[in-house]
Write a protein that binds this ligand. Structure first.
Ligand SMILES: [Fe+2]
Length: 290
């Protein structure tokens, strides 16, 4: 037994990933902030206070972040004053911010508060980070093409995506959007995902480089692969989806710890972390731990 253990330990040492490329980019990610009017709560929680705590923790813990991504449902009702509240929350963020929209947002009200975040009426963005091409896709349905609260990619946005993917020219892609183009196992939420998922998945599968998906909408940390494409969904900083897979409703929420994401990007792809900021604690040193 002792000999086998020794050999095993030696193998572990031999396979330390010394030659893997380093992750050189870092993106902070918040989704589903659901900012309300002042004083209005969601299941007793104050979305602004939760988002403020998340942003404070994220910026304090990761001062080296290259950018902050916001993946939609920035507000709960899409009201102008709620976007003013978002602007106040973001006023002292030291890195660039890129925001896209979800089903609880209003493009007109958002664009009035954040004109620099809109191009041709859509909150789509392309940036370079850590050797990856990062594309934020606006999946807010403007005209009832999707069921209520579902997501939609119109031809104008798909044309933009085609152009950006062609320009990326095989570089690793991180596609970030609000609505997942895949089933998550939550019956209610799967009824209001991206309503034209093939439009996105077919393009991603045709791409000649690696692709990862990063989504919001479900208010739950989920990972997996859809048709060979790795995905992650992130929790909200405020209210979460309870583990009630068969529930047909989309209105269930629970006060589990809020979170934000940290995407480490490199020339071969991204690693996505989720940080429960309200319960996060500094670790203690144990020399016998791995
Ligand atoms: Fe949401």
């Amino acid at each position: 037994m002792g000999c086998a253990w020794d050999v095993h330990a030696l193998c572990i040492l031999d396979f330390q990933p010394k030659t893997l490329p380093a992750m050189t980019g870092k993106l902070l990610v918040l989704t589903d902030l659901h900012l309300t009017d002042p004083g209005q709560t969601i299941i007793g929680l104050d979305p602004a206070a939760r988002s403020r705590a998340a942003l404070s923790h994220a910026i304090r813990t990761h001062p080296d972040a290259d950018a902050l991504l916001l993946l939609g449902d920035l507000t709960h009702h899409g009201r102008p004053g709620q976007y003013s509240g978002l602007a106040a929350l973001l006023s002292d963020i030291p890195c660039p911010v890129f925001a896209t929209l979800g089903n609880h947002d209003d493009a007109t009200a958002f664009g009035a508060e954040f004109p620099d975040q809109m191009t041709d009426g859509f909150a789509c963005h392309a940036l370079q980070n850590g050797g990856m091409r990062v594309l934020l896709l606006d999946t807010l349905d403007r005209d009832g093409s999707a069921p209520r609260h579902g997501g939609w990619l119109c031809n104008q946005r798909l044309d933009w995506l085609d152009g950006e993917m062609a320009a990326a020219d095989g570089a690793p892609l991180l596609i970030a959007c609000h609505h997942p183009p895949f089933a998550t196992g939550f019956a209610g939420m799967d009824g209001i995902g991206l309503a034209n998922p093939r439009a996105l998945l077919d393009r991603l599968q045709a791409y000649r480089g690696p692709v990862q998906l990063l989504c919001g909408h479900v208010h739950r940390t989920i990972s997996g692969a859809v048709e060979g494409i790795a995905f992650t969904t992130l929790k909200s900083p405020c209210h979460q989806m309870p583990m009630a897979l068969s529930a047909k409703t989309t209105a269930l929420s629970v006060d589990e710890p809020g979170a934000y994401g940290i995407a480490l990007t490199g020339p071969t792809g991204a690693v996505i972390h989720s940080e429960d900021f309200a319960v996060a604690m500094a670790g203690s040193h144990d020399p016998d731990s791995a």
